[in-house]
Design a binder for this molecule. Structure first.
Ligand code: NAD
Length: 280
């Protein structure tokens, strides 16, 4: 079956649809005839995505302000999907933020909690809200976005890595549980490598963005959609993704630590001063 035949007429809910991969999911799926239900906190970008989708003939799109870290807002997102399209075939838990982008001793508790609230609890709330819709379909899928930072811990990203490891653990459990009860609901765990989006928004991550975030967003998303059609549970793709995956599997942590510490070239030396106030 072609990809277009596969996704045609499916209803897909996508979080973080204002930009980057979320926008790519919305456009590529709409081009294949799917109805798309879009949520994001960034209203301007969301309306731009909606306008781009509406320019594709014969497509149905609805959108709403959705903060994935607010469980109550998920009810409204689910209801929008149900009232407009009578249910949902696929949920893509894509929304995420880069996190504190500081070493452990310089990250505030509030920033760490925000990263977990969006990147991890956003996924948890999404799965719980949408499962009652998805299980009624003859075929359905949940796509949870982790990262290659769901395999390794890197400098200046402890909160981000923690959130993406958490998404990985949660999703690997969910896929085993659901296969037992509702095997027609596929569960996918996506580990993008460096993808060319605006995720790295802070000044401190500009060098990292230029050097590593290079895989085109549409290319990444197209691979995810192919692999969902093939029912591949773990999807690893994008700059440095496969290499990181295999190194994390094969190397002892002592060696992995040495390789990862090369990332320290990209950090602000002020954050790594032995007299940093976080040590006092
Ligand atoms: N770009 C990469 O290299 C890369 C690599 C690995 C994983 N990822 C993951 O891919 C996903 C998509 O990121 P992207 O690279 O397209 O970045 P992006 O910044 O372009 O997109 C993320 C979207 O999430 C939205 N968002 C942020 N907080 C939100 C909230 N509370 N509620 C709803 N929406 C919210 C943003 O407004 C934005 O539209 C994220 O989960 C990210 O962690 C990205």
């Amino acid at each position: 079956m072609s990809q277009t035949e596969f996704y045609n007429n499916k209803t897909v809910a996508i979080t973080g649809a204002s930009s980057g991969m979320g926008r790519s999911y919305a456009l590529l799926l709409a081009q294949q005839g799917a109805n798309v239900v879009l949520g994001d906190v960034a209203q301007e970008g969301l309306q731009e995505t909606v306008a781009l989708v509406q320019a594709i003939p014969g497509v149905q799109v609805v959108s709403m302000h959705l903060d994935v870290s607010d469980e109550a807002q998920w009810d409204a997102f689910k209801e929008l999907c149900e009232s407009r399209f009578g249910g949902c075939d696929m949920l893509i838990n894509n929304a995420g933020i880069e996190g504190a982008t500081k070493p452990v001793w310089a990250s505030s508790t509030a920033a760490i909690k925000q990263t977990m609230d969006i990147n991890f609890y956003g996924v948890v709330y999404g799965c719980r809200a949408f499962l009652p819709l998805l299980v009624h379909r003859p075929w359905a899928a949940i796509v949870n976005v982790s990262s290659i930072f769901g395999f390794i811990g890197t400098p200046n990203a402890s909160d981000y890595c923690a959130s993406k490891f958490a998404v990985r653990g949660y999703t690997e459990s969910l896929m085993v549980e659901l296969a037992h009860v509702y095997p027609q609901v596929q569960v996918h765990l996506v580990h993008p490598g460096g993808v060319a989006t605006d995720i790295a928004r802070s000044k401190g991550t500009a060098k990292f963005k230029r050097k590593f975030l290079t895989t085109p967003s549409d290319e990444m998303v197209n691979v995810v959609l192919q692999q969902v059609q093939r029912n591949t549970p773990r999807i690893v793709y994008g700059n440095h993704a496969k290499k990181t995956y295999w190194l994390s599997k094969l190397l002892p942590l002592t060696r992995l630590k040495q390789i990862i510490s090369k990332g320290l070239k990209l950090v602000d030396p002020k954050d790594y001063a032995p007299d940093h106030k976080g040590f006092k």
